[in-house]
Design a protein around this ligand. Structure first.
Ligand code: GUN
Length: 291
């Protein structure tokens, strides 16, 4: 590979070190440690792994954390009541209800039940609206991880042609919003970029991608970004996390590393940054709630 590596694992370790010091300083002043409550409903193995990794990362920086594992047949009303108890718990600053939820529970109803102050995923419509209008309360974790991974490696977004591949509510859509916005004191992750969002109905995807200075691949299609789609020297950020034959595969064909100027690996790129930004939001939530 000739592309420079966008090392999310290394940046995550640096940022977590910074946050561990902030947590220790708060505790040293007699404040509660920031606390993250994770809610897992059912037995989805991938969700169990994600939640385990999130909790381990909390432990590493001295953050309080709890896992509330509810049975797969939990009703929507039971889950809503449970979320309400977390909303009211002063030790809990961030609430994460792991998605997907079992079929009998409407995700949008549960997302709307989390108090926006503790919505460290930035999924609540109030927080999405604030993000959309350039006054974010929190940034969503994966898009923020992508922005930080590039920015803290010296890659500027302003004026760049960026292609975001994928339009999900968790990654593609909020990332496109963030990158197109003007950066301000209230919205420092604004990218000032020219953003194209490509998706399953996009025609001429290859040509569109070849015009890009930066490609962010969040389509969930292993290997869908191939070398012929990438302009020599372009930045390619891989958000794909599909398990194929027990192995984590990104959206980017590894051969892209011979064409791109920068490439984030899977694993070890955006993944560790997502969890880091969740810790970041929980720390910001503790500051908002406890001072
Ligand atoms: N499931 C997959 N990604 C996420 C995420 O970022 N947050 C939550 N709550 N569930 C998820």
């Amino acid at each position: 590979m000739t592309a420079q590596r966008l090392d999310g694992k290394a940046l995550a370790a640096t940022m977590r070190g910074e946050m561990a010091a902030e947590v220790a300083a708060r505790v040293g002043r007699g404040q509660r440690p920031p606390g993250l409550a994770a809610v897992l409903v059912g037995e989805d193995p991938a969700s169990q792994t994600y939640v385990r990794n999130k909790r381990k990362s909390c432990d590493e920086i001295g953050m309080a954390n709890w896992l509330h594992h509810l049975p797969a047949d939990t009703t929507e009303q039971q889950l809503l009541s449970f979320v309400e108890s977390l909303n009211a718990d002063p030790a809990v600053h961030g609430i994460l209800v792991q998605l997907p939820l079992p079929k009998q529970i409407r995700e949008e109803t549960v997302i709307a039940a989390v108090t926006p102050m503790k919505d460290v995923d930035c999924f609540h419509p109030d927080n999405v609206g604030r993000l959309t209008t350039g006054h974010p309360r929190y940034y969503p974790c994966t898009p923020h991880g992508v922005v930080q991974l590039a920015t803290r490696n010296g890659i500027a977004w302003a004026g760049k042609n960026v292609v975001v591949l994928g339009r999900s509510n968790i990654v593609g859509k909020p990332l496109a919003l963030m990158l197109m916005q003007k950066p301000t004191a209230a919205n420092p992750a604004g990218g000032d970029a020219t953003v194209t969002v490509a998706h399953t109905k996009t025609v001429n995807l290859r040509e569109i991608c070849r015009r890009a200075d930066v490609i962010v691949a969040a389509a969930g299609q292993p290997g869908c970004v191939t070398p012929d789609m990438v302009s020599p020297g372009a930045v390619v950020i891989d958000v794909g996390t599909t398990v194929v034959d027990g192995k984590l595969r990104g959206d980017v064909d590894p051969a892209v590393g011979e064409v791109a100027g920068w490439l984030s690996p899977v694993p070890g790129g955006v993944g560790p940054m997502t969890i880091t930004m969740l810790l970041y939001n929980t720390l910001r939530a503790a500051e908002r709630i406890d001072g």
